[in-house]
Design a protein. Structure first.
Length: 248
């Protein structure tokens, strides 16, 4: 696996599997609720809420679910109070991992996340121990059925930072502040993206294989299966063929 856009594709595939189980809705509802709590219900004035609602729409979440989550966040409906934060650490093979969480019980979440790291040969670190290895960027992924030159020209015209052809997909990278404008411009050009999000992109990749790669993917699966875990960012580099085997 070469390049972080492959990880975006894996997350897209795993997200589709989660959507079938309804698990992705649980995580999206938390994000919408806390975004509304922090910034209010006005989508125009609350950029974080706009992104959360957009992601919910990408996952085909019913409109009623979205509206109910917003009302819980603003206090118009009774709801649980969530705390958010991040864990940082290293997975098998020295892979840097950032885990973003939202929880109503921090003690429970810390214990469960630490257990997942320890069980598969990783270790939790202190705040800031791996975050410096990542940059926060907007990432818009297109599949190879699209024309690279068309996307390249439209993306740069809209203010994108970079456009890459990784072989399996076309990746548009933007500054977080420009993410919505670039994504909307590409959509207005009739270009349909496979996934789009503001995420943490690693500056360098760490190669892992064999038992370390297998343990790493098991650790990530366990973490993603935790309802308190919202997002996972990691800088692993796994060979394509081996990744297909592990994902199978």
């Amino acid at each position: 696996m070469a390049g972080h856009s492959k990880w975006a594709n894996i997350k897209h595939r795993k997200g589709a599997q989660d959507a079938k189980r309804g698990k992705i809705f649980t995580k999206l509802i938390k994000e919408i609720t806390i975004s509304a709590r922090i910034g209010g219900a006005d989508l125009e004035a609350n950029a974080r809420l706009r992104l959360a609602v957009d992601k919910a729409k990408q996952a085909n979440m019913p409109k009623d679910n979205i509206e109910r989550a917003i009302k819980k966040g603003t206090g118009d409906l009774d709801g649980v109070t969530y705390e958010e934060g991040t864990f940082e650490g290293y997975g098998p093979g020295g892979v840097a991992v950032i885990v973003e969480f939202m929880t109503d019980n921090r003690t429970r979440t810390v214990a469960e996340v630490r257990h997942a790291f320890n069980k598969y040969g990783g270790s939790l670190g202190v705040s800031g121990s791996v975050a410096f290895m990542f940059d926060r960027k907007g990432q818009i992924i297109f599949d190879q059925s699209n024309d690279f030159d068309t996307i390249f020209e439209a993306a740069l015209e809209a203010g994108a930072e970079d456009v890459k052809d990784d072989g399996d997909c076309i990746e548009v990278i933007v500054e977080p502040a420009d993410y919505e404008a670039v994504r909307n411009h590409l959509s207005a050009q009739g270009l349909t993206y496979q996934s789009a999000e503001v995420t943490m992109i690693p500056q360098t990749m760490t190669a892992v294989s064999g038992s370390q790669a297998e343990s790493l993917m098991k650790m990530i699966d366990v973490l993603e299966d935790n309802d308190d875990v919202q997002n996972i960012h990691a800088n692993f580099d796994i060979d394509d063929e081996e990744m297909e085997r592990l994902m199978g």
